[in-house]
Ligand binder design. Structure first.
Ligand code: NAP
Length: 329
């Protein structure tokens, strides 16, 4: 007897059976989830690929049990509400900030608090690029660095998902923006998205160029995407009472602590996974307003079919991507 469920209850998803390289991302046909009490079923139209998805795929998160469907960021339409959900309605366009069952799929279950309305101003592909990049950029600028209009921010790695988000937000909120990228195309993109100045982080004398742009005074804030490479060189670029927010780091680094003493400077870490409650609500309220006023404009670099998730994971870790990588189910 054939025990395969009828086709209408199935869906395609990327199911990880063991942690490892991109090749563990395999397309599978699995039962479509049903929303229980307090759950929302979202039909996914686009999925945002973030570097953190690759770390988790490789086994970096001990809380993940196998088999596992990756993905935090998606955009789509609310299809069905479980009992007790009153804050959303079927047919509503939404983006997700985390899911219950995983975003690399045709449908996903979410808690209501993981689902936010998606403005008609943004496509589904752009909606899939809102959560991790923009929530991280917002958190770094407004909660951790506590920027004030008139300050100068160095966005170190401005051509990627978080960097472009930070560039757009910082420019709109009255900061002077210096953004870095590693290619000519990336430098053009960073300027186009709002940086007053763009500097190549691969050039030998790039720190001199940044100091010169501030008349030797230094920058008030640095958003750092690769602290293990740059933190030691960042500290001498800070103005008095400057702040470095460590957003990304992939290893150890040597610094000279005296560089913080002479400036009363701060090194501030952050993880989006630590943000909860009122802070999280505040970030998404701020982003909703920024989307409505056209400040948030996610840049889509490449789209891959869901079946090519492995290729998307290779691409997201390459340099020179220039925006978001998105999967289309
Ligand atoms: P992404 O889209 O892959 O962008 C990576 C960025 O890093 C690009 O702008 C790239 O520029 C730049 N980069 C490469 N080499 C650099 C160097 N030597 N110095 C400065 N920048 C350099 O990644 P993303 O989504 O923006 O995330 C950026 C980092 O933040 C990742 O490590 C990610 O894991 C981390 N992150 C952390 C949090 C958190 O909560 N703490 C949240 C989101 C992301 P080119 O390609 O032009 O060289």
């Amino acid at each position: 007897m054939d025990h395969t469920p009828p086709a209408f209850t199935c869906m395609k998803a990327i199911r990880v059976e063991r942690f490892g390289g991109p090749e563990v991302l395999q397309l599978a046909e699995i039962p479509r989830p049903k929303p229980g009490a307090g759950e929302v079923l979202v039909k996914i139209h686009a999925i945002g690929v973030n570097p953190v998805d690759t770390y988790f795929r490789a086994g970096a998160n001990p809380a993940i049990t196998l088999p596992w469907i990756p993905g935090l960021d998606a955009a789509g339409v609310v299809e069905e509400l479980g009992p007790g959900v009153t804050t959303l309605r079927p047919g509503q366009r939404v983006y997700t900030a985390g899911t219950v069952t995983g975003a690399y799929a045709e449908w996903t279950l979410c808690a209501p608090g993981q689902v936010y309305p998606l403005s008609d101003r943004l496509s589904f592909a752009q909606g899939a690029g809102v959560n991790v990049p923009y929530a991280t950029a917002y958190r770094a600028l407004f909660h951790r660095a506590r920027v004030a209009a008139g300050e100068t921010v160095l966005i170190h790695g401005a051509s990627g998902g978080v960097g472009l988000a930070a560039t757009q937000l910082a420019r709109a909120f009255g900061l002077t923006v210096i953004g870095t990228a590693g290619t000519e195309r990336g430098l053009d993109l960073v300027r186009r998205e709002g940086a007053h100045h763009a500097v190549n982080h691969r050039a030998a004398d790039y720190t001199k160029a940044i100091l010169a742009l501030t008349g030797g005074r230094g920058v008030e804030v640095i958003l750092e995407m690769l602290a293990n490479v740059n933190l030691g060189k960042d500290l001498p670029l800070l103005a008095e009472q400057g702040r470095v927010v460590v957003i990304g780091s992939r290893g150890p680094v040597e610094i000279t602590p005296r560089d913080t003493m002479s400036r009363d400077a701060d090194i501030r870490g952050m993880s989006l996974f630590n943000v909860k409650g009122r802070d999280l609500a505040s970030i998404h309220a701020g982003l909703a307003a920024a989307i409505e006023s056209g400040i948030v404009r996610p840049v889509i670099a490449r789209e891959f079919p869901l079946a090519e998730a492995a290729a998307a994971h290779v691409a997201v870790m390459e340099s020179g991507v220039g925006g978001k990588i998105v999967l289309i189910p």
